[in-house]
Design a binder for this molecule. Structure first.
Ligand SMILES: CC(=O)SCCNC(=O)CCNC(=O)[C@H](O)C(C)(C)COP(=O)(O)OP(=O)(O)OC[C@H]1O[C@@H](n2cnc3c(N)ncnc32)[C@H](O)[C@@H]1OP(=O)(O)O
Ligand SMILES: CC(C)C(=O)C(=O)O
Length: 521
């Protein structure tokens, strides 16, 4: 069994543990399918994440398969799987992680009085014994074990120290302190980390980690305070997605460490120029758009509108910019793309944007690019990223969009004529509705009858201008299971049809996994 080498002599190196695929996916409505998880894992590996928490294998067959497939795919990053403090969970996690070059079992148990009494209904002594037993059990399978005292920040300090000491003795190499409910504040959290460094006798045998939630908007500040106090692993997610108000945002914590290295002299292994790409991919896949004023990855993060700021920027960018757009992967283009660009230029542009595609994905994306260039005056980098992400999400679709004709306006019935390909066979339907979107979705329902309910229909313009591409997200719900479909096109209605069809494809895969006979198309 291998392990990924991090320079351990560098005492200021902070390990970046990304949990977008586990805690991030716990955001309601945020579920990702296997292809999408593999695409995210690939970007995380490229950007230099040290540990990818790929899922919670016992939670579902889908989670197990994702952890297993990512373990096979990734070679330069440690892959972690979550497990409760039970042999069943730990065995399942280990089975999923086995193919990984560098596997890690992450096991956890609540230690706060509230959680022990009401949730676990266990006495503290029973919890202590379960910690030692579960970590020892995991360590017998895998030499890289992380242990987390859930609700750590509301745990009695003496008991926390004792559990951590026991976990390290039983073989844990990383001790992660979760602020599960986003309750702590920076000074208090730093004090807790210092207390653990001082009081746990064997703490030098483990890396101290933090996992902060954002209920009070303090996840990044708390994580930075913890690093200053001695923590050397930060658990975080792309765009800060996660349970409730989310987790510590990776792009924010990494850029804070880089930009303010004068007061926080710590390093990470992250190639920050991949941040924009990762953020866009995660937001496309999950349908969770990034607010325009979001630090680092928001649309306005590097935009300067007011005259005095623009004047300052023109004289010296540092007047209003503490980091360059290029440092997060927002490149000022060297290649201007348009209808006369060929395959070589397109490939070079993708390389410039840090995007790698397989040959058949490249072919599809190029056809779409030429079509877009015929309809849109200027092609921006954002257009190409949207187009490529669109190709990635529908890579394995069983139902494929072919064409759409719409009749709409203030007079007469609103009608959609749709052609799709189902398992290679072309089929057509015509339907009416209350408006063109409703008519389009009615035509889809005619071709692919289903009970799933539309939960979300969201349109987002990729760039400015009336010829901007539309990115559409459609969320469907069926028997408590949700899926997000995406579509991008210069025609909003075509993007809507693509998004709905993409969601249906995902729903079919989900259904197939639970009831193999329930396919309708
Ligand atoms: C803070 C966090 O983010 S923790 C991770 C949260 N993520 C998830 O929950 C992933 C999705 N979860 C699931 O799919 C399911 O909850 C499962 C498969 C994990 C468990 O499902 P079920 O067996 O039906 O149990 P259910 O979810 O109803 O209840 C959780 C049980 O685990 C117990 N439990 C909770 N944490 C732990 C732990 N760390 N170790 C051992 N047992 C635990 C609870 O006490 C409860 O036990 P009980 O059934 O004896 O009362
Ligand atoms: C499992 C732990 C690390 C967790 O996600 C939390 O406590 O928030």
């Amino acid at each position: 069994m291998g392990s990924i080498q991090i320079d351990e002599k560098d005492s200021n190196r902070v390990i970046i543990f990304d949990t977008t695929l586990r805690d991030g996916e716990q955001s309601p409505g945020c579920s990702m399918n296997l292809d999408e998880k593999l695409a995210v894992a690939s970007v995380l590996e490229e950007m230099g994440v040290d540990v990818i928490e790929a899922g919670f294998p016992v939670a579902s067959i889908g989670d197990f398969e994702a952890v297993n497939a990512i373990s096979k795919q990734v070679s330069n990053t440690t892959v972690a799987g979550l497990a409760r403090a039970t042999p069943k969970d730990i065995d399942r996690a280990w089975e999923a992680l086995k193919p990984a070059v560098s596997p890690r079992i992450h096991t956890f148990l609540s230690t706060s009085p509230l959680h022990m009494k009401y949730k676990l209904q266990m006495e503290p002594e029973e919890v202590y014994d379960a910690v030692v037993e579960s970590v020892g059990y995991a360590r017998n399978l895998c030499d890289n074990v992380e242990w987390s005292p859930e609700d750590g920040t509301r745990t009695d300090h003496d008991f926390l120290c004792r559990c951590i000491e026991g976990a390290i003795k039983a073989g844990a190499r990383t001790i992660n302190i979760p602020d599960t409910v986003g309750y702590t504040v920076p000074e208090e959290f730093a004090e807790m980390i210092r207390m653990l460094m001082n009081r746990v006798p064997n703490i030098d045998q483990a890396v101290l980690s933090v996992h902060c939630h954002n209920d009070l908007g303090l996840a990044v500040s708390n994580s930075l305070a913890a690093v200053k106090a001695g923590a050397r692993q930060i658990e975080c997610t792309i765009n800060g997605i996660g349970e409730r108000a989310g987790n510590c945002a990776m792009e924010e914590v990494v850029m804070a460490l880089r930009t303010r290295n004068d007061v926080m002299p710590y390093s990470t292994g992250i190639d920050t120029t991949k941040i924009t790409r990762a953020s866009h991919l995660v937001s496309t896949i999950t349908g969770f758009s990034v607010q325009p004023n979001k630090a680092i990855v928001g649309k306005n993060a590097f935009a300067h509108e007011s005259g005095i700021h623009q004047d300052g920027m023109l004289k010296n960018a540092q007047t209003y910019e503490i980091m360059t757009p290029e440092s997060v992967g927002l490149n000022r283009s060297t290649l201007v793309m348009g209808k006369h660009s060929g395959k070589h230029a397109f490939k070079s542009k993708l390389a410039e944007l840090g995007i790698e595609l397989e040959e058949n994905q490249l072919k599809d994306a190029f056809v779409r690019f030429k079509d877009l260039a015929d309809h849109k005056k200027e092609i921006f980098d954002e257009d190409i990223i949207a187009l490529v992400d669109d190709a990635v999400v529908r890579h394995n679709d069983h139902i494929r969009f072919v064409s759409l004709g719409i009749q709409c306006g203030s007079e007469g019935p609103q009608t959609a004529e749709l052609e799709v390909e189902i398992g290679g066979e072309r089929q057509k339907a015509k339907a009416e509705g209350n408006g063109p979107v409703d008519a389009t979705f009615a035509a889809i329902r005619e071709l692919v009858p289903h009970e799933a309910e539309l939960q979300l229909y969201q349109v987002h313009a990729v760039t400015g201008g009336t010829d901007a591409q539309a990115e559409v997200t459609v969320r469907l719900e069926e028997n408590g299971k949700t899926v997000n479909g995406q579509g991008a096109d210069y025609d909003t209605l075509v993007a809507s049809a693509r998004a709905y069809i993409n969601a249906l494809n995902k729903m079919m895969v989900k259904r197939q996994k639970t009831e193999p006979t329930a396919m309708t198309a």
